[in-house]
Design a protein around this ligand. Structure first.
Ligand SMILES: O=C(O)CCC(=O)C(=O)O
Length: 335
């Protein structure tokens, strides 16, 4: 009996999974972003969730965009909770409320308009629902495998730029922030909470860069200042093809932690909101980052913990992740 094209591709993929034979695919857009290094399948599992074409696209590009994954109702609930937190009606233990470097210096901005990011919302049952949505976890499992930890949570409220270009997020690799490996078993889910476009500062990614290594990150020397913890890579290839991820409300992109990405300035008067979670396989293990390019961020995180908790207890970089991580599927085998 003749096999459908997708089924034939599946047979090939299963074979490749076992043999580690080289595959290559191209990005499905006007730009040809395929890279001409043959590689073995290594970034995805065969779970019957991703189509063979989607699987090949992630292998090649390091990201995949799924349209309409999160409902309008859920997004509206997350937005409401964000407003309650900004107004001070809800207090969440451990939540980090961040302000834009240029807005923080102004005395006159209050509430929602002053907050650029909520980080570590694992103790907020309403926002943390995002990390447990079954339709998200189905995809996450394609990259992590069945034991899944939600490690890092953020609601980003990119403000209208004040003219100092501080609403930009420098190009970076998320692995810089993580003392756990292997990188291929980590994935970020990032969901647009409204239309995101080049005008309001959508994500920008450099396809294929997930196949590279972790680069050195530092604070960029921007004239207008730079937000706390917004480290960037100085020496990436500026002529590498870029993809601007323009997305609708509820669309979700899944991307690899070595993928070089950032986001542009918000040139509108509205706040550009997105909610995200970094997941890792619970089978990952911690690594010591002393003496590596990650030492700068580990020291900064440890210093922040001292300021928040007090200097009588020492929270190491690794502890800070072990404390925040939450099991969302399967068994907590290692992390
Ligand atoms: O949402 C954005 O503008 C960028 C977020 C991001 O890349 C990050 O926080 O690592």
């Amino acid at each position: 009996m003749a096999l459908r094209a997708a089924d034939r591709l599946k047979v090939v993929l299963n074979h490749l999974d076992r043999s580690g034979v080289a595959v290559r695919t191209s990005f499905t857009s006007a730009q040809n972003l395929s890279h001409h290094h043959p590689e073995a399948l290594q970034y995805t599992f065969d779970t019957d969730v991703l189509s063979p074409e989607q699987r090949l696209a992630y292998e090649e590009n390091g990201f995949i965009l799924i349209k309409n994954l999160v409902s309008e109702e859920d997004i509206n609930r997350f937005r409401k909770e964000f407003e309650c937190i900004c107004k001070g009606d809800v207090k969440i233990p451990g939540l980090l409320v961040m302000r834009d470097v240029s807005i923080a210096k102004s005395e006159f901005v209050q509430g929602e308009k002053a907050v650029t990011k909520l980080q570590d919302f694992q103790e907020d049952p309403e926002l943390f629902r995002y990390c447990t949505l079954p339709q998200i976890l189905r995809y996450v499992g394609c990259f992590t495998g069945p034991n899944i930890m939600a490690m890092h949570t953020m609601l980003i409220n990119k403000p209208p730029d004040t003219g100092r270009k501080t609403s930009r997020h420098p190009m970076h690799q998320d692995l810089h922030y993580f003392p756990f490996r292997p990188a291929d078993r980590i994935v970020c889910a990032w969901t647009a909470m409204e239309e995101v476009s080049r005008k309001n500062g959508c994500l920008v990614v450099l396809p294929g860069t997930h196949k590279g290594t972790l680069q050195e990150h530092n604070y960029p020397e921007w004239e207008g200042g730079v937000n706390k913890m917004y480290h960037g890579i100085q020496n990436y290839n500026h002529s590498h093809p870029r993809v601007h991820l323009e997305m609708g409300k509820g669309d979700t992109v899944f991307f690899h932690p070595l993928l070089i990405h950032g986001s542009g300035m918000n040139r509108t008067q509205g706040f550009r909101k997105a909610i995200s979670c970094h997941y890792a396989s619970a089978d990952c293990h911690y690594v010591d980052v002393k003496g590596t390019t990650q030492e700068n961020i580990s020291k900064e995180v440890e210093e922040l913990a001292r300021k928040r908790i007090g200097s009588d207890i020492t929270i190491s970089f690794q502890d800070s992740w072990a404390l925040r991580g939450r099991l969302v599927q399967g068994d907590r085998t290692s992390l």
